[in-house]
Design a protein around this ligand. Structure first.
Ligand code: SAH
Length: 224
């Protein structure tokens, strides 16, 4: 990809991958190489550039966050990507996870409900030269029926349960990774669709994501 790389950020990124990703047990080569490559500092608001490679999530405005680097690595590794997959992502946010997916998989379909975040992410990802990402603004809990089935689905916002349309739009043999639980605390879940009716569930660890808001997610205004 043709961006001009500042060696300062390249060094921060190398250290991030060494200590936070490889150092904590992520072994997937594709994930490691993608995270060495994607310029995460461009995906955070300018005042946070120096913090972009630190070990925590950051605010991206609109009440949303860019996930901690380790969380991105673990979720991507859990997808077990080989390279030829068609991936659906719910919650484009900054577009950082989208870029990591696009480095590894063949096609990425990403849905964001906030039009402003979606537009920012699209502009940045297009300026970085990605041509295998498809954008949609709307309620991702409904999936992207016209493009189904998907080999992999990743949801980067917290859901009360796995949305039914997403179960249906996952190919048999496919994998979904999604935080499931309450509004303020969840378990990261990896589901393998073993037949049209059956999902094999593996619980990875506790996590805290912003809520997935939509028809098969949480209501927009809790308590109103
Ligand atoms: N992967 C992103 C994480 C963004 S936070 C990153 O690393 O930057 C989660 C995002 O999910 C937010 O941008 C939020 O607006 C979005 N979101 C919440 N509910 C959604 C829904 N039903 N459909 C699509 N996007 C949704």
């Amino acid at each position: 990809m043709g961006w001009n790389e500042d060696p300062h950020y390249r060094d921060l990124r190398k250290r991030m991958v060494e200590y936070q990703i490889v150092g904590r047990g992520v072994r997937d080569r594709g994930v490691i190489e993608a995270m060495l490559k994607v310029p995460r500092h461009l995906f955070v608001p300018p005042p946070y550039r120096e913090e972009a490679y630190n070990d925590y999530p950051l605010s991206i405005g609109r009440g949303q966050t860019i996930s901690q680097p380790y969380m991105v690595a673990v979720m991507t590794e859990a997808l077990e990507l080989k390279g030829d997959e068609k991936v659906l992502e719910i919650g484009t946010g900054s577009g950082y996870q989208t870029a990591v997916l696009a480095e590894i998989a063949s096609e990425v379909f990403t849905i964001e409900r906030d039009p402003l975040l979606a537009e920012r992410a699209r502009e940045l990802l297009e300026s970085l030269g990605y041509r295998n990402i498809h954008f949609r603004v709307g309620d991702g809990t409904l999936g992207w029926p016209e493009e189904a089935p998907f080999d992999r689905i990743i949801v980067t916002a917290a859901a009360p349960s796995i949305p039914k349309p997403l179960r249906e739009q996952l190919r048999v043999g496919g994998i979904i990774v999604i935080p499931v639980g309450g509004r303020y605390g969840q378990t990261l879940v990896k589901g393998k669709k073993v037949s049209d009716e059956k999902m094999e569930i593996e619980e990875l660890f506790d996590c805290a994501f912003v809520p997935l808001v939509g028809e098969y997610g949480f209501p927009e205004n809790p308590g109103l």
